[in-house]
Design a protein around this ligand. Structure first.
Ligand code: SF4
Ligand code: SF4
Length: 444
């Protein structure tokens, strides 16, 4: 198989980064890749999707990695997993990897171990330059579920129609389910037995980086990884609900310029020129003359360590930094003085944030269960809403029209192959009921 064949198969299958980023995977393949780093860190508390896939499908993942290595001419694949989760891996398969190009690398139980800059450093010792992508240091970072989706596409041309999702938080039990892409989140929770949401709010993603769910409108996409339920009054929900105007007012009134938010930043600790306290001061004090204070937000990964761990004034530098980062992207503004870090901070080791500390700081210890069950739930939605933009890049355009009969797995929308984007598939068989700017709606 050529690199071009592989790219086309993965584009046709609609595969994007399943860990939450949504970058079209076929665009990551390159003959410049020398090392594939599989992101099995799953470092946001309460999430169990990747671990369940690793537990059940490790051999399929290894086989797929070998195909990727051959096709790209890469040297090795490294599965980066926390030592505490090694027991989930089939020991016979792990033993069989000795001396092969695929290896397992134990990473420390820190947050954010899954940030691609941190993960690349922990697994390869390389630091991705500021503003660069991993391939610039010969690395491709790929999520566990993304590799699994590639394995299905290679095996039988299967497109992405289902998504693994952990449901947990303030619940009697936590489970991981496989749900059709496009099902309404409220319907998914009700069918799975989590429909009693009185006084609760739902976060799509982890407690650190996830977003609040709009239960009336939000649907499962290819990047939905966790649905975490918390009381409305929990600080996680309160913080995510706070309007930016209030976040800025609080910062203006209470920031003491202690610089702890910058000092604890995982990317700054790897040498990035990222000083989020300056961003926060500039934004909250309307100091608009120093553009660098704003442009450096492009280097932020939104991990939230500055907010949850560092700031003793309970301010939210993460939200301010990410708001500015989003605005920069929207207006096409780029930072032009990016550098390749030369030194890791000598304080890095002592400032790494353990998962256990994070859980306590978030106030979610009581929600951590001993066991998260992988459960087969028969989802049978009568309607699915296939979003046209579930990925980084250009939205897909519908290739079907109202009234068309479609079969599960059929492509219903696509971004042109030359553009950054992907394809979308029907997740149920039925008729196209509606096509609008956001969705292709399919009715059973
Ligand atoms: S969210 Fe805060 S700690 Fe995380 S990368 Fe951005 S500035 Fe650094
Ligand atoms: S840690 Fe909080 S108080 Fe200190 S500089 Fe950062 S935002 Fe201001």
């Amino acid at each position: 198989m050529t690199l071009q064949d592989l790219q086309k198969i993965v584009y046709d299958a609609g595969i994007v980064g399943a860990g939450g980023a949504g970058f079209p995977t076929h665009r990551k393949f390159s003959d410049s890749v020398k090392q594939i780093v599989v992101n099995a860190a799953e470092c946001e508390p309460l999430m169990m999707v990747d671990h369940h896939i690793l537990e059940k499908h490790l051999q399929a993942l290894v086989d797929t990695l070998n195909v990727l290595l051959d096709t790209m001419g890469a040297d090795e694949a490294i599965i980066g997993i926390k030592g505490k989760n090694m027991h989930l891996l089939d020991s016979k398969i792990v033993a069989s990897l000795a001396g092969t190009r695929v290896s397992i690398h134990e990473i420390p139980d820190i947050y954010p171990a899954g940030d691609e800059v941190v993960l690349t450093y922990e697994t390869t010792g390389k630091i991705i330059p500021e503003g660069a992508i991993p391939v610039m240091v010969g690395v491709m970072v790929i999520n566990v579920e993304t590799v699994y989706n590639i394995s299905k596409a290679l095996r039988n041309g299967e497109g992405v129609t289902e998504k693994y999702i952990t449901i947990g938080g303030d619940t009697k039990e936590d489970i991981t389910v496989k749900a059709p892409v496009g099902i309404k989140i409220r319907e998914l929770l009700e069918t799975a037995g989590f429909g009693d949401l009185d006084g609760k709010a739902v976060v799509n993603g982890g407690p650190m980086m996830g977003k609040l769910v709009d239960l009336e409108n939000d649907v499962v996409t290819k990047t939905t990884k966790g649905l975490l339920i918390f009381p409305e009054t929990h600080s996680i929900i309160q913080r995510k609900r706070m309007p930016m105007s209030m976040t800025l007012k609080r910062a203006s009134a209470a920031c003491c310029n202690c610089t702890m938010c910058s000092d604890m930043c995982p990317r700054q600790l790897l040498g990035y020129d990222l000083h989020v306290h300056k961003t926060l001061r500039a934004a909250s004090h309307s100091e608009v003359t120093n553009t660098e204070s704003f442009l450096q937000s492009a280097l932020c990964c939104g991990c939230g360590v500055c907010t949850v761990i560092a700031c003793q004034q309970m301010l939210d530098p993460q939200a301010i930094s990410m708001e500015i980062k989003g605005s920069l992207a929207k207006h096409g503004l780029k930072r032009t003085n990016n550098k390749a870090p030369e030194h890791v901070s000598p304080y890095r080791t002592s400032r790494l944030v353990s998962s256990s500390v994070l859980i306590d700081k978030l106030g979610i210890r009581k929600y951590v269960k001993d066991h998260v069950e992988r459960r087969d739930v028969a989802f049978d939605p009568s309607r699915v809403y296939i979003e046209l933009k579930q990925h980084v890049g250009k939205p897909a355009s519908a290739v079907v029209k109202v009234g068309d009969a479609v079969k599960v797995g059929q492509i219903v929308a696509a971004t042109a192959y030359e553009d950054l984007g992907t394809t979308m598939h029907a997740s149920i068989s039925g008729k196209v009921a509606e096509v609008n700017d956001r969705f292709v709606v399919i009715e059973r």
